[in-house]
Design a binder for this molecule. Structure first.
Ligand SMILES: [Zn+2]
Ligand SMILES: [Zn+2]
Length: 447
């Protein structure tokens, strides 16, 4: 017996000891090996050609055409926004005998961020906006998610003897502006296509090295509310503030007072964020304006905390303006956006099943405990639409393991999602994502 054989048999023994059917895993590894270069190419192409939320025309066409080639029954341009405009949703169905229906979802949109990664495949796309030009970048890794979905689609189509049921792949537009999931659900995603028994997804993470994944049962991402506040004072000459009601001073007090919702009104054990992300008022040094405009985001994990925080924002805003002597007819305008999303709650039973598949696919050492974060996702909405399927999303490590290690040891900064410097490492992130997702899908559609 030569040394190579000893090595191979040794690895097989280890895999068997870990409960992994070595042959099945190595066959999937082989298939992934022979496709990985194509997938990295697809990823780089998508990265170089990002499209903003609701404008994913070419991106969705690429996803749809690749899925069609693999034998999926594809519907594109599926979905409608609240304003009546059509959405570029993609739904791809692969029927493979009796069994459950599994949905796997990817998002497809990019962000108005000017890329600053210096990568050879960095986006140079610019888009004209009323207030100037903006760069467009896949700064949240939705290009990575799409590539993993396409890879998983291919693996599932080529291994139909290993599973039974119906696989539905969803390319969702407009995640970043929280409208794409609603657009597809309202258009009848769960009635015009097979009813889901489970819905799963992944999102990349800058907290994890590429090659790893992480999972968490229960609340995984926060619910999000956008609040617009208009403080209405009385403007006048900057040299004579005593005959005005200055909305800038009131607004400044309000920004500080709003911090007490988290620091003094909320149980520290209950995750809550209140951020004033925008504060605009005035035109010139010596003019006190009539109005000031504030834009807030409030993040919570439960309906009760959400109600409490929104009530506190309203009470504090009204109280501070009243204390400043603003009469009732100039009371502040407080508008809570209807485009709110609830928290993403990973179904416990489904998440445990997915976690077992992740460990089987990647080995226990590459499957980590996932941390919930206060970002938000409209993936949460899939759980609320009839038949209210269990949902689960896991984290996919995206950071170069060397840089990740250096950051841990030396405290160096790792740019994360939504940063102009966010640069996932395509290989092994794509390989890991495809292996994890294919194994999870195959197990959920067990024969
Ligand atoms: Zn994002
Ligand atoms: Zn994202």
């Amino acid at each position: 017996m030569n040394t190579n054989w000893t090595l191979i048999l040794g690895v097989a023994a280890i895999l068997t000891a870990m409960g992994i059917p070595a042959a099945a895993q190595s066959k999937l590894d082989e298939k992934i090996d022979s496709n990985i270069n194509d997938w990295v190419g697809t990823y780089k192409f998508l990265h170089e050609h990002p499209e903003l939320s609701t404008e994913e025309k070419e991106t969705s066409a690429l996803v749809a055409s690749q899925l069609k080639k693999m034998g999926y029954q594809v519907t594109d341009h599926f979905g409608q926004y609240a304003d009546g405009n059509p959405a570029y949703g993609v739904v791809a169905v692969l029927r493979n005998g009796a069994g459950p229906t599994l949905y796997v979802r990817t998002d497809m949109d990019a962000l108005p961020v000017t890329e600053n990664t210096g990568l050879p495949y960095a986006s140079k796309v610019r888009e004209k906006r009323p207030n100037g030009e903006v760069g467009v970048m896949h700064a949240c890794g939705h290009d990575l998610h799409m590539t993993v979905l396409l890879g998983t689609a291919k693996m599932m189509a080529e291994t139909k003897e290993k599973w039974s049921g119906t696989l539905v792949l969803v390319g969702q537009p407009a995640e970043e502006v929280v409208g794409g999931a609603t657009a597809m659900l309202r258009a009848g995603l769960f009635t015009k296509f097979p009813k889901p028994d489970y819905v799963i997804a992944l999102h990349d993470s800058s907290a994890l090295p590429a090659g790893t994944v992480a999972w968490h049962a229960g609340p995984m991402l926060a619910g999000s509310d956008s609040v617009d506040i208009t403080i209405r004072g009385y403007g006048g000459h900057g040299a004579m503030p005593y005959i005005t009601k200055d909305p800038i001073v009131i607004g400044a007090e309000l920004v500080v007072a709003l911090q007490t919702i988290v620091s003094r009104e909320s149980d520290p054990q209950v995750p809550t964020v209140v951020t004033v992300g925008s504060f605009h008022a005035g035109t010139k040094h010596n003019i006190i304006p009539d109005e000031a405009h504030l834009q807030l985001t409030a993040r919570t994990m439960t309906p009760a905390q959400r109600a409490k925080v929104l009530a506190a924002i309203t009470r504090i805003t009204n109280g501070i303006t009243e204390a400043a002597g603003i009469p009732p007819e100039r009371a502040p305008l407080i508008e809570v956006s209807k485009d709110n999303v609830p928290a993403t709650i990973n179904d416990a039973a489904l998440t445990q099943r997915v976690a077992a598949s992740l460990e089987k696919a990647l080995g226990k050492e590459n499957v980590w405990p996932g941390q919930p974060i206060m970002a938000s996702e409209d993936f949460s909405l899939f759980a609320l639409e009839d038949p209210k399927p269990p949902i689960s999303m896991f984290w996919l490590g995206a950071v170069d393991p060397e840089k990740w290690k250096e950051a841990k040891e030396k405290g160096t900064r790792i740019p994360g999602p939504h940063s102009s410097e966010f640069a996932p490492l395509p290989e092994p992130a794509i390989r890991t994502g495809v292996k994890a997702m294919t194994t999870a899908a195959t197990d959920l559609l067990q024969k």
